[in-house]
Design a protein around this ligand. Structure first.
Ligand SMILES: Nc1ncnc2c1ncn2[C@@H]1O[C@H](COP(=O)(O)OP(=O)(O)OP(=O)(O)O)[C@@H](O)[C@H]1O
Ligand SMILES: [Mg+2]
Length: 348
């Protein structure tokens, strides 16, 4: 009788836990697992019904918490960090439950890895942005004090300091401008640009605009004329994209020449920017598009960089449903390629 009743209860419990999307399982007072749902089976394949909990989940904190639930009859919480194959963090909620003829403990796991990562990114971002603004701001404030005090009547010093202050203020303005563009593109990420834009004309405009920088850096920019390559795009964003890639090639590859090509291939408009400078070591490649990431912070900052350029490029490419690739070998330069859907391929 009792057996039949408990069997029916187990079936009900199984049906119940299986309706839940997160990993949930039930343990009896004998520490044997009563029921596991599909999400648990996927996460913890060694955790089996009618088997000891400790054999499926080697986490002393969680076992202690189960024990506390039975002793106190109260809800408990625990944290479990799974380190293999990749590190994942779980918040575990344990609650007492009355099954048909026995007490049980319901264990629910919530994967908080992603939310922790985002939280971490957000605080890193605020720290980075503040840090980038603080340096030029401190310099401007310092010069203002000097001009109000010791250098009050020094005509030559005033000219010099005002020049530096203007440069620092421009740096801050640029940083804020880049941050605003980034957040605007991010907000519109789900809205795909729909205008037909000639990628070649856009690149050509940027090449013209960067002539002075190229000359000053002793860089020959090679970009051949050709047929229009019309992509589905947002003109302003594509201008920013081209500017960042070409400016980087000039800044970091100088004085070696830069080769730029725009072509239509396999339904895609391809922009390739190739420099012949020092290149980028493999370990940096995956991180280049992170906000504020710079291979050599001091060198980049000296060139007026904030490490937001490639983050912007990546966002623009994502919004355009395109692809981006970076290839480089130290000593042999770097090639940045972007592929964007051609306008005549339709929106599909
Ligand atoms: N063509 C390149 N050759 C070598 N290193 C590069 C090249 N392009 C980018 N990098 C490296 O990648 C880093 C990130 O580039 P990114 O364009 O995001 O930032 P930045 O140029 O430093 O600043 P910003 O673009 O905001 O002015 C650079 O600081 C530089 O170290
Ligand atoms: Mg840049």
């Amino acid at each position: 009788m009792a057996e039949a009743k408990s069997g029916a209860a187990t079936v009900e419990v199984e049906a119940l836990v299986n309706a839940l999307p997160d990993p949930v399982f039930v343990v009896g007072p004998d520490m044997l697992v009563r029921a596991v749902n599909a999400a648990t089976a996927k996460l913890l394949p060694a955790l089996r019904q009618n088997d000891l909990l400790v054999r499926g989940l080697r986490a002393p904190d969680v076992l202690d918490a189960v024990d506390r639930v039975f002793k106190s009859g109260q809800t408990q919480a625990a944290i479990w960090i799974d380190r293999f194959p990749i590190e994942r963090h779980f918040e575990i909620h344990l609650a007492p439950a009355e099954l048909a003829d026995e007490r049980a403990c319901v264990v629910a796991l919530r994967d908080v890895t992603e939310s922790r990562r985002i939280e971490r990114m957000r605080s890193d971002f605020v720290a980075n942005a503040s840090h980038e603004l603080r340096t030029p701001l401190a310099s401007v404030l310092g010069f203002i004090e000097t001009l109000q005090g010791p250098a009050r009547n020094d005509e030559a010093a005033r000219e010099k300091f005002l020049g530096i202050m203007a440069e620092q203020a421009r740096r801050m303005a640029r940083l804020v401008g880049d941050l605003l563009s980034l957040s605007r593109i991010e907000q519109n990420l789900h809205i795909r640009p729909s205008a037909a834009e000639d990628l070649r004309a856009i690149v050509s405009q940027i090449v013209d605009g960067l002539r002075a920088l190229a000359k000053e850096s002793g860089v020959e920019v090679r970009f051949a004329a050709g047929e229009p390559v019309v992509v589905l795009g947002d003109r302003d964003e594509l201008l920013r994209l081209a500017e960042n890639l070409i400016e980087n090639a000039i800044k970091y590859g100088a004085p070696a020449p830069v080769d730029i090509s725009v072509e239509a291939k396999d339904g895609q408009g391809m922009l390739t920017v190739r420099d012949h400078g020092p290149g980028i070591a493999a370990e940096h490649l995956p991180r280049l598009t992170e906000r504020f990431y710079r291979v050599d912070t001091t060198a980049s900052r000296a060139k007026g960089g904030t490490g937001l350029g490639l983050a912007l490029v990546k966002h623009v490419v994502a919004r355009h449903r395109g692809r981006m690739s970076i290839e480089s070998e130290p000593g042999k330069g770097a090639t940045f390629s972007v592929a964007l859907p051609l306008a005549d391929q339709g929106a599909g």
